[in-house]
Design a protein around this ligand. Structure first.
Ligand code: PRP
Ligand code: URA
Length: 209
């Protein structure tokens, strides 16, 4: 089964409180989502390979380490996953960005895919799928399946908030995928919204309703 990492850092907890607060408007919400994604990036990238590099400091020659340069891909699940891309790209400027477009049918709650565009060298990349919300897990599972069907073999999932139901669904469907969360909540309500959650992430990011 994939690992589950729930961030335990005061800055992330603090910012997540304001992300959850219904009084937080779209501008601040977007900034906070970006910042939390960047802070989470520290953990999500913890196992990136390093290589030695010979350099010269002003004082002496030395061997230091740099990222080995394995190819990375960030794949937001549209729409709300877009809010996490900028924070990740500020840490990983060379990463390519793919997009998977999915929405959750309000009646059936089934994910409907309407778009998918990935970097051409899918097989060679390590992918980080981003979506603020992991509720039933239907959207994340569909996005991960879509990546795998196109040749991806190395995938991590990064969400702000999850319900236990969503974590379980992804762990069962994709046991090779590690999950990174800023917060793990109590449950889903009757409309499959995360409780306490933050409401509709896409609407809050983009000011729609
Ligand atoms: C939201 C959210 C996830 C999905 C989570 O997207 O951003 O993609 O719901 O729910 P699930 O785990 O039950 O599938 P939504 O369908 O509202 O689309 P949007 O991002 O375009 O607003
Ligand atoms: N999608 C959201 O945006 N919020 C939830 O709580 C569940 C699904």
């Amino acid at each position: 089964m994939g690992e589950l990492y729930v961030m335990d850092h005061p800055l992330i907890k603090h910012k997540l409180t304001y992300i959850r607060d219904k009084r937080t408007g779209s501008k601040e919400f977007r900034e906070l989502v970006k910042e939390v994604a960047m802070l989470m990036g520290y953990e999500v990238t913890r196992n990136l390979e390093l290589r030695d590099k010979e350099i010269e400091t002003p004082v002496s020659k030395t061997t230091s380490q740099v990222i080995a340069g394995k190819k990375l891909g960030i794949v937001p699940i549209l729409r709300a996953g877009l809010g996490m891309v900028e924070g990740m790209l500020s840490l990983l400027p060379a990463a390519k960005v793919g997009h998977v477009g999915l929405y959750r049918d309000p009646e059936t709650l089934e994910p409907i895919e309407y778009y998918c565009k990935l970097p051409s060298d899918v097989e060679e990349r390590e992918f980080i799928v981003t979506d603020p919300m992991l509720a039933t897990g239907g959207s994340a599972n569909a996005a991960i399946t879509s990546l795998k069907n196109r040749g991806a073999t190395n995938i991590r999932l990064m969400c702000l908030i999850a319900a236990p139901e969503g974590v379980k669904a992804v762990q069962e469907a994709h046991p090779d995928v590690d999950i990174y969360l800023a917060g793990l909540d109590e449950k889903l309500n009757d409309h499959a919204y995360i409780v306490p959650g933050l409401g509709d992430a896409g609407d809050r990011l983009f000011g729609t309703k």
